[in-house]
Design a protein around this ligand. Structure first.
Ligand code: ZN
Length: 483
């Protein structure tokens, strides 16, 4: 029973070397024209969709399972199990010929011979009596792979988003190897849809891009039930299309279970709270605890207890950096920052210590120019004269009654100091921003900014300058100049 949701009715066929989980037409509506098509396996599909199991059915199935205790002890019915790690992104492997993930092998072509479908992909004998594999339309040639690898090498990501993909790409062979799970997700969701446009035929390309978009939607931060319901029907279409492109050996159970993910997201909520990443990370830590390989569990339990005890004790240490008080990688907390009342002075962000100050030379000149102009329009006059009036009024008030005007109101009514500080970068809510000029010399890209507009439209730009205007009473305003 490979798929717990489809249970006994998991669609599958026996192939030369394995079981291929194809036949997703079964989940379509009975009236769907694709059910009558012969290009899938040469036959029409007449079976109804598999029934959905209810609680009672599952309980009655569980009653039939003999009682075994977990572990490798034979007397309790357990056997030592081999571990296999199957990556979801096997089709990325097929496409790009990633080592060990190549599913498009000769046996897969022999399956096509047995099923009598897609004759253009069948093995053939050449003049010298050698068997040859015709190139499939869904794989990239060596030259195309190298071009794709070059594209991946040229992409610059924000700091800390994926690992440095440069190291995993071989430009001579066009192969990609040694990707971590998260990098695979980045490759699948972000790079593949943009990168393969050039190389594949339209229908193959579109299907693969649809699958990439499906994963991107599924992994998004917020999910809508109505969207997920739409995705449930979309994924069936995508899988049916994939069945007409790739050979049945490509469809292992990991490809099939993709179709149940929207239902699980409806029941379980956003995906990021149910990732396996944190568990895999902690498993790697526990494995490092093992000293005596004959008794790994003992080593892990002992080190775990010691680690917990030391962590607990560290809560009572003063003036020592522990895991509870160590600063973030991008720490944006400004030491001794006074609390501000006015939102304009409440900037969240910490520029680095390096600064470059320049003086405003045109400020006075511009002011004189504005005063010389006489306009009938009240709004315009107000726009020009209000700052000066505001300044004198507040200064008068402050002189007559010290308590009536706060320091911040006094600071904002007076002009900014002539010195402006320019910074090469700034950390805002844990994210590092760098100006374009400094970013150009780096492998990462942190100069992109996005501002949500009032009518739901987003504005994108590059960060050109970071400036700090200082006012009286140590007040300051941090501004990002973007293009
Ligand atoms: Zn299933």
């Amino acid at each position: 029973m490979a798929c717990p949701t489809c249970n006994e009715h998991t669609p599958s066929i026996g192939l030369n070397s394995k079981i291929g989980y194809v036949g997703h037409r079964r989940f379509l509506e009975m009236s769907d024209p694709r059910r009558r098509s012969k290009k899938y396996n040469g036959k029409p599909e007449k079976r109804a969709p598999p029934p959905i199991l209810m609680g009672d059915d599952i309980l009655s199935q569980l009653d039939r399972i003999p009682l075994t205790l977990p572990g490798k002890h034979k007397q309790f019915g357990g056997v030592k199990r081999k571990r296999s790690r199957e990556e979801l992104n096997c089709f990325v492997g097929t496409l790009l010929s990633i080592d060990g993930k190549l599913k498009d092998i000769d046996k897969a072509r022999m399956d096509l011979q047995d099923l009598q479908i897609r004759r253009e992909l069948l093995l053939y004998e050449d003049r010298n009596g050698k068997w040859k594999t015709p190139p499939a339309s869904y794989t990239l040639s060596v030259q195309e792979r190298i071009e794709f690898a070059d594209f991946i090498k040229s992409v610059r990501f924000p700091d800390g988003f994926p690992a440095n993909l440069d190291k995993n790409v071989n430009l001579d062979t066009g192969k990609i190897s040694g990707l971590k799970s998260h990098d695979c997700h980045v490759l699948l969701q972000r790079l593949l849809p943009a990168g393969i446009r050039k190389f594949l035929k339209k229908e193959i390309r579109d299907t693969i891009i649809e699958l990439c978009v499906y994963f991107k939607q599924l992994c998004s931060r917020t999910l809508n039930v109505s969207d997920l319901e739409k995705m449930q029907t979309n994924i069936l279409t995508i899988l049916c299309k994939l069945e007409t492109i790739f050979p049945p050996a490509f469809f292992d159970i990991m490809v099939h279970v993709v179709m149940h993910l929207p239902k699980e997201a409806i029941l379980g909520g956003p995906v990021q709270y149910r990732w396996m990443y944190p568990i895999e990370r902690s498993m790697s830590v526990y494995k490092q605890y093992v000293r005596n390989r004959a008794r790994p569990e003992g080593s892990i339990a002992e080190s775990f207890v010691v680690n917990e005890a030391v962590t607990f004790c560290s809560m009572y240490f003063r003036e020592v950096e522990t895991r509870f008080n160590c600063p973030d990688r991008n720490n944006d907390i400004v030491q001794n920052m006074p609390t501000r009342q006015f939102s304009v002075f409440k900037h969240v962000g910490r520029p680095p210590r390096y600064e470059d100050s320049r003086h405003l030379t045109h400020a006075n000149e511009h002011k004189e120019l504005l005063q010389a102009r006489s306009v009938g329009n009240i709004e315009k006059v107000q726009e020009t004269e209000f700052p000066e009036w505001f300044k004198t009024r507040i200064n008068e008030l402050r002189l007559s009654n010290q308590g009536a005007v706060s320091d911040e109101l006094y600071a904002i009514s007076n002009q900014a100091n002539a010195a402006i500080y320019f910074y090469p970068g700034c950390i805002v809510i844990g994210i590092k921003f760098l100006v374009k000029e400094r970013d150009d010399n780096r492998k990462t890209q942190n100069s992109g900014v996005m501002v949500p507009g009032e009518d739901g439209e987003n504005f994108y730009g590059t960060l050109e300058k970071i400036m700090e205007f200082t006012y009286l009473k140590d007040c300051s305003v941090l501004l990002f100049l973007c293009k």
